[in-house]
Design a protein around this ligand. Structure first.
Ligand code: HEC
Ligand code: HEC
Ligand code: HEC
Ligand code: HEC
Ligand code: HEC
Ligand code: HEC
Length: 334
C-alpha cells in the first residue's frame, strides 16, 4: 500500500518481558503442545527465529515492483493480501449503512483506512503514534452494522490484537507497523539485492527447494487464528521473518478435536498446518492448491482424492457438492 507506508523502520529493539512470565507461559503452553503432538515430530524442533532479535529492514513492495512490475505488479493491486487494509472511500456503500445507523459525521470524517471485505469491515485512523492506528468499535457486517452504544475509537486495540496479521513488519515492543497492509516481505522475507543474479536467495523462487515446514510456517503466521505468542501474549507471531520456525514462539491449539469443530475455511488451514508441522503428511501444502499471484485455487482440482478433500466436499466424490462455509473468527471479531 504505497501511499500509506511508513518507510523508516526503527531497529526493533529486543525487549524482554519478565523471565517469570516467560517461564509461566512455558508451563501453560508446553501442556498444549504435548496434548496434541501425539508422539509425532516436535513443531519447535528445527531452525531459529527473530523473537529476541531486531527485525531486518523492510524493503517496500514499491521497490520490488520497480523490477517485478510486469509479472507481479499487474495483478498485485487487486490481490486480497495487498488490499486487506486500504484507503477509506467515503463514497463506499458501507458508509451509507453506517450513516443510516446514526454513526456521527464527525467520526466518519476521521476514518482514513478500511480493513476487511464482504464478511466484515473495520475502520481505522492514525492514533498519533508512529506506525499505529486506532480502531472504531462499530463495525460493518454482511448482515448490517454492529453498533456499540457509542461509536468510539480504541487507541491500543489494533496494535495489541490485529496489526501482526493485517500489516507488515510489526515491532515487538510497540506493536507499530512499518508498512500498512501485507507486503512482499511477509511471504518472501528479507530478499537481498543479489537475488537478481542468484534467484535462489528469494524464498518461493522456483530455483529453491523450500521445505513444507518452511512454507507452511509462512502462511500459518497469519492463517492460524487460534495462537498466542509466548513473548508478547498477543494473538499474532512476534518478529516472524520468512525462513523462521514459527512454532518456537507461536503456540496454537492444533488438537484434532479443536480442528474438527472449526468452520471448513479455518479447518482446512489448520488440518494442513498440523499434518505438515507434526510430520503426519508433508505431501500437501497451501501451495499445492493456492497460487498467490493469480489469486486462484484451481490447481487443487487436479489432485488425488484423499480424506482431507472431504473437509469441504461432501457426498461420494468431488462433484457431489460443497459443504456450506460460514466463516467466523473470535480473533478477528466477526
Ligand atoms: C533491481 C531489480 C530487482 C529488484 C529491486 C527486486 N528484484 Fe526480484 N528479481 C529480479 C530479477 C532480475 C530476478 C530473476 C528472475 C526474473 O528475471 O524474474 C528476480 C527474482 C525474484 C524472485 C524469484 C523468481 C524466480 O524466477 O526465481 C522472487 C521471489 C523475487 N525476485 C522477489 C523480489 C522481492 C520480494 C523484491 C523486493 C524485496 C524484489 N524481488 C526486488 C530483479 C529484482
Ligand atoms: C493471527 C492472525 C490474525 C489476527 C491476530 C487478526 N486477523 Fe483478521 N484476518 C486474518 C486472516 C488470515 C483473515 C482472512 C481469513 C479468511 O478469509 O478465511 C482475516 C480476516 C479479517 C477480516 C475480513 C473478514 C471478511 O470480510 O472476509 C476482518 C474484518 C478482520 N480480519 C479483522 C480483524 C481485527 C479487527 C483484528 C483484531 C481485533 C484481527 N482481524 C486480527 C488474520 C488475523
Ligand atoms: C501472501 C504471500 C505472498 C506475498 C505477500 C507476495 N508473494 Fe510473491 N510469491 C508467493 C508465492 C507462494 C510464490 C510462489 C508461486 C505461487 O505459488 O504463487 C510467489 C512467487 C513470486 C515470484 C516468482 C515468480 C512467479 O510469478 O511465480 C515473484 C517474482 C514474486 N513472488 C514477487 C513478489 C512481490 C514483488 C511481492 C510484493 C509486491 C510479492 N511477491 C508478495 C507469495 C507471496
Ligand atoms: C501477513 C499475514 C498473511 C500471510 C503471511 C499470508 N496471508 Fe493469506 N491472507 C491474510 C489476510 C489478512 C487475508 C484476508 C484478506 C482480505 O480479504 O481482507 C488473506 C487471504 C488469503 C486467501 C483468500 C484470498 C481471496 O482472494 O479471498 C488465501 C487463499 C490466502 N490468504 C492464502 C495464503 C497463503 C497460501 C499464504 C502463504 C504463502 C498466505 N496466505 C500468507 C493474511 C496473510
Ligand atoms: C487441497 C487443497 C487446499 C489446501 C492444501 C489448502 N487450501 Fe485453502 N482453499 C482451497 C480451496 C479449494 C478453497 C476455496 C476457494 C474458493 O472458494 O474459491 C480454499 C480457501 C481458502 C481460503 C479462503 C477461505 C474463506 O472462504 O475465507 C483461505 C484463507 C485459504 N484457503 C488458505 C489456505 C492456507 C493458508 C493453506 C495452507 C495452510 C491452505 N489454504 C491449504 C484449497 C486448499
Ligand atoms: C477449502 C475447501 C476445499 C478443499 C479442502 C478441497 N476443495 Fe475441491 N472444491 C472446493 C470448492 C469451493 C469447489 C467449487 C468451486 C470451484 O470450482 O473452484 C471445488 C471444486 C473441486 C473440483 C471441481 C468439481 C466439479 O464439479 O467440477 C474438483 C475436481 C475438486 N474440487 C477436487 C478436490 C480434491 C481432489 C481435493 C483434495 C485434494 C479438494 N478438492 C479439496 C473446495 C475445496
Amino acid at each position: 500500500m504505497p501511499g500509506l507506508a511508513l518507510n523508516c523502520w526503527k531497529s526493533g529493539a529486543p525487549q524482554g518481558r519478565g523471565t517469570v512470565l516467560r517461564a509461566l507461559w512455558g508451563c501453560l503452553t508446553a501442556a498444549l503442545v504435548c496434548a496434541c503432538a501425539s508422539g509425532a515430530e516436535e513443531p519447535g524442533a528445527w531452525g531459529a527465529d527473530h523473537v529476541d532479535k531486531p527485525l531486518p529492514v523492510l524493503v517496500e513492495g514499491g521497490e520490488c515492483l520497480f523490477c517485478h512490475r510486469n509479472s507481479i505488479g499487474a495483478r498485485w493491486e487487486a490481490n486480497a493480501h495487498q488490499t486487506t487494509v486500504r484507503f477509506f472511500d467515503p463514497g463506499a456503500a458501507e458508509v451509507q449503512v453506517l450513516k443510516a445507523q446514526g454513526v456521527e459525521a464527525a467520526i466518519l470524517n476521521e476514518i482514513t483506512m478500511v480493513l476487511g471485505r464482504d464478511r466484515a469491515q473495520r475502520f481505522l485512523k492514525p492514533n498519533g503514534k508512529y506506525g499505529q492506528a486506532a480502531i472504531l468499535n462499530t463495525k460493518w457486517t454482511r448482515t448490517g452494522v454492529e453498533r456499540a452504544a457509542d461509536a468510539a475509537w480504541d487507541d491500543a486495540r489494533f496494535a495489541e490484537r490485529c496489526a501482526g496479521c493485517h500489516m507488515s513488519g510489526v515491532d515487538r515492543a510497540s506493536g507499530a507497523y512499518s508498512a500498512a497492509g501485507i507486503e512482499c516481505y511477509t511471504c518472501h522475507g528479507d530478499v537481498p539485492l543479489e537475488h537478481t543474479e542468484q534467484h535462489e536467495l528469494a524464498i518461493f523462487s522456483p530455483k529453491r527447494n523450500d521445505t513444507p515446514e518452511l512454507v507452511t510456517a509462512i502462511c500459518a503466521q497469519c492463517h492460524v487464528r487460534n495462537g498466542t505468542s509466548k513473548a508478547t501474549g498477543r494473538p499474532y507471531a512476534t518478529h516472524f521473518v520468512p525462513g523462521d520456525n514459527l512454532f518456537m514462539d507461536f503456540m496454537a491449539d492444533l488438537g484434532p478435536e479443536t480442528i474438527a469443530a472449526m468452520n471448513t475455511g479455518d479447518q482446512h488451514v489448520l488440518a494442513n498446518v498440523r499434518a505438515v508441522i507434526h510430520g503426519e503428511d508433508k505431501s500437501l501444502t497451501c501451495m499445492s492448491c493456492h497460487t498467490i499471484h493469480k489469486d486462484t485455487s484451481t490447481k487443487h482440482k487436479k489432485l488425488a482424492t484423499t480424506a482431507y478433500c472431504f473437509i469441504c466436499h461432501e457426498g461420494s466424490d468431488m462433484k457431489s457438492g460443497i459443504r456450506p462455509a460460514e466463516v467466523h473468527s473470535p480473533v478477528c471479531e466477526y
